[in-house]
Ligand binder design. Structure first.
Ligand code: SAM
Ligand code: SF4
Length: 458
């Protein structure tokens, strides 16, 4: 699935000259939160005038707030191995990079890492691994998921494991589904085939078709929540957005389900990778904010994930434009939560090194409610069911109360005193802003947590 060049040229030709009245027409439609066609999206690429840019950002904020309220869901990545048989020229884990110390965590080490993550206050883990076929291979991923769910520490545990691992066969996806995973994530990196072929030099990942067809296999195997993404910086971001939207259309057409999330990593410096230091199509900070806002308007009901690759400043600027999930307190080296950040074992350099507590305090000050909710998939609200709820905007009736109750849990069990005080104030004022039904629902859950209950959700 790649975008044919003629189609791309046509869209970009239309986007060369900014027509303010066309842009305003598209923004007006976007504010109805029913999504945009690729042609409409391409009209937004041309915006550079500060006034129109402000209108674009305002529209994205409005749509985000209408659907997601002020919630931001938090998670931590867990790297279980940096062994890899591929040669992706942007990644430190690539097979021939002798500069990286290789490490695969044992079951005991995984449990120790999970404890450290749980003790920060996290409830969601994103399991990440290189693509290695040695030793137990795929079975070791399944075993790692079991270990994560089985590990407890004090009042805490991980309630949702999302997975970002190399493409699988339908049979393997079926086994993954049995492990009760949340979302299966995979980034296409670039949809532009010649660029894809240039940067993926050896190993199974060099096969474009195997990667781009991965979500079809996942959905065919019954995994209903899938997350897609692009590694921005490899090719023209506008092409990537159009191709990503086409990928979404195809999934919706064939399976009736679009992706649950879109990730928007930007290329970061990685040890042993020249390419990562000089991205061939670097995306400026302004274009990055634009692309997040455009995605929010184009596919309003799909979550957008921002990782700690980005700096504190960029993260603060993009939250309001459409981001719904963020990582915090992250390490990208296997064992990093126990042994600390080690550049020689990490995948790329982080932009945000703050602890979860600092990030939580910061987002509360910015007016957001941190959420550790894992309710939807545990109640079977995935795929079609999630979309049925999400599309008319009903998801807020569930997600708002669950955000408050899980945030309250965090404040009582893990927060520093300063964060707890800020958080309690934020809960009180945000509850006051809800309609009566929502407020009563949320208050009931919050009171239950204050009374000692844990893991309460609707
Ligand atoms: N190995 C599997 C794969 O490649 O799909 C899954 C895990 S891989 C560690 C997760 C993602 O990290 C990749 O899909 C890629 O987008 C991202 N990544 C790799 N190198 C990066 C870099 N230098 N900067 C930012 N993200 C990077
Ligand atoms: Fe391996 Fe994934 Fe890194 Fe490529 S991006 S080298 S497949 S870990």
């Amino acid at each position: 699935m790649d975008l044919d060049d003629l189609e791309f040229d046509r869209y970009l030709e239309g986007a060369k000259h900014c027509d303010p009245s066309k842009v305003r027409e598209v923004l007006a439609k976007a504010r109805e939160a029913r999504g945009l066609s690729r042609e409409e999206v391409s009209a937004l690429f041309s915006i550079s005038d500060p006034e129109l840019l402000a209108e674009l950002f305002r529209s994205a904020r409005e749509v985000k707030e209408g659907i997601y309220g002020r919630r931001l869901v938090l998670f931590a990545p867990l790297y279980i191995s940096n062994l890899c048989a591929n040669e992706c020229s942007y990644c430190a884990f690539r097979a021939r990079n002798a500069g990286v110390a290789r490490r695969t965590l044992t079951r005991e080490e995984i449990a120790t890492e999970v404890k450290a993550i749980v003790e920060q206050g996290h409830k969601r883990i994103l399991l990440v691994a290189g693509e290695a076929h040695g030793l137990a291979g795929f079975d070791s991923v399944l075993e790692a998921i079991d270990t994560i769910y089985a590990t407890k520490s004090g009042p805490g545990e991980i309630r949702r494991v999302n997975v970002n691992i190399a493409p699988l066969s339908v049979e393997e996806f079926k086994r993954l589904k049995e492990r009760r995973i949340g979302t299966y994530q995979l980034f296409q990196e670039t949809y532009h085939r010649p660029t894809y072929e240039r940067v993926h030099i050896a190993g199974r990942k060099a096969d474009y078709a195997w990667r781009v067809g991965c979500m079809d296999r996942a959905l065919e195997a019954g995994i209903q929540d899938v997350g897609i993404g692009v590694l921005f910086g490899l090719f023209d971001w506008r092409y990537e957005i159009l191709a990503l939207l086409r990928h979404i259309e195809e999934l919706e057409h064939r399976f009736g389900i679009g992706p649950h999330t879109i990730s928007v990593p930007r290329l970061e410096p990685a040890s042993g990778s020249e390419l990562s230091r000089q991205p061939p199509a670097a995306v400026s900070d302004l274009d990055f904010r634009k692309l997040v806002a455009i995605l929010r308007l184009a596919v309003p009901y799909t979550g957008i994930i921002l990782s700690t690759r980005e700096t504190e400043r960029i993260r603060q600027e993009t939250f309001a434009l459409g981001v719904s999930q963020i990582s915090a307190g992250s390490r990208t080296n296997p064992g990093g939560y126990t042994s600390g950040e080690r550049a020689a074992e990490a995948q790329f350099s982080l932009g945000d090194h703050r602890s979860l507590d600092e990030v939580v305090r910061d987002i509360v000050k910015l007016g957001f409610i941190p959420s550790f909710c894992t309710g939807c998939y545990r109640l079977g609200r995935t795929g079609h069911d999630f979309m049925d709820l999400a599309k008319p905007g009903d998801i807020r009736a569930h997600c708002d109360p669950n955000a408050f109750s899980t945030f309250q849990e965090y404040l009582l069990d893990y927060a520093s005193e300063d964060t707890r005080l800020e958080g309690e104030r934020a809960i009180a004022s945000s509850l006051a802003g809800l309609d009566e039904v929502g407020r009563k629902r949320a208050q009931r859950l919050v009171e239950a947590v204050r009374g000692g209950a844990r893991d309460v959700f609707v």
